[in-house]
Design a protein around this ligand. Sequence first.
Ligand SMILES: Nc1ncnc2c1ncn2[C@@H]1O[C@H](COP(=O)(O)OP(=O)(O)OP(=O)(O)O)[C@@H](O)[C@H]1O
Length: 339
Amino acid sequence: MKGKVSLVGLTKKYGESLAVDDLNLTIEAGQYCCLLGPSGCGKSTTLRMIAGHEAVSSGQVLLNNKDVTHASPRQRGTAMMFQNYALFPHMTCLENVAYGLKVAGINKDERTIASKEMLELVGMIEHQHKLPAHLSGGQQQRIALARALICKPDVILLDEPLSALDPFLRIQMRKELKRIQRQLGLTFIHVTHSQEEAFALADVAVVMKDGIIEQSGTPKSIFEKPASAFVADFIGGHNVIVPSPSLSDIPSPFSVRADHIEITPKDEKSCHDTISVAAEIIDVEFQAQFYFVEADIGDGQRCMCFIPESQLDPLLVTSGQKVDLNWRRDQMNPFNITH
Ligand SMILES: Nc1ncnc2c1ncn2[C@@H]1O[C@H](COP(=O)(O)OP(=O)(O)OP(=O)(O)O)[C@@H](O)[C@H]1O
């Protein structure tokens, strides 16, 4: 199976500033990989270096174990789908999709058949004769995807492909991307700043910060054990807590999931495997299936708790109420990375 991508010491410098710093990563053939991180962390630069649209300062890009670091984009076996779709406005959908085959010298009959197949795959065959301007954002995106797929690349590179779509369409297209990736068995590398998107799609999520990989793994493994305070904060749903004197047997910062915290009346519980922290409720927000409760635990630290709708005691959990927050000792996550 083709489509294995290896990044070896991949580095990009703009002047003195390091945009991507000694990245080492292997993406296996047929995996859906999401590069995830805040703005400026180096995701797009990494993607562009894999595509061959950005020169590498040092290190290597290997495709199927072959060094393609200095190969042109067309020689690599990768295809890029851009954020703005970059469709040719004067060409119909069919012509846009067929363009790559035309450049490759494929005859008209063959490229029409192949392009129609691709339009079927992305659900756009009935729009084949329309111009891009007459399509919705989601439809334009399907055409852009068909165009990227037409030359049968081993790897598809997608830079924030869903960011221009409204929330409903974004979820629909997310499912489509996954379906097509699974159906064709291709490697997809997808850049996003949305943790939700990355977790929904990725076999492997790579969380980046300041040009380095902070953590990579399955979304579940990252959510269950964020490696650093940065990852815990970025993926959400976790509290990063710096132990205060009342937690004297806990030496260093840790995270605890918001849905693992239980709220009880003050001083009610002291089970030996449970950590209890005195807190004052700041705010309670109804979020349909659960309540979002914010509480002050002293030393300027706030804790968020997700309490299932059916389990919240409205007499206990109101603003200003003094309570205990409790979680099991084994639900505390110490960090592997403490920089
Ligand atoms: N052409 C360039 N010249 C100089 N600096 C650049 C250039 N392109 C990117 N950078 C810098 O490199 C760093 C990484 O940028 P990059 O676009 O890869 O980040 P990103 O994580 O994709 O961000 P975003 O989500 O905002 O697109 C940033 O500090 C950025 O300012």
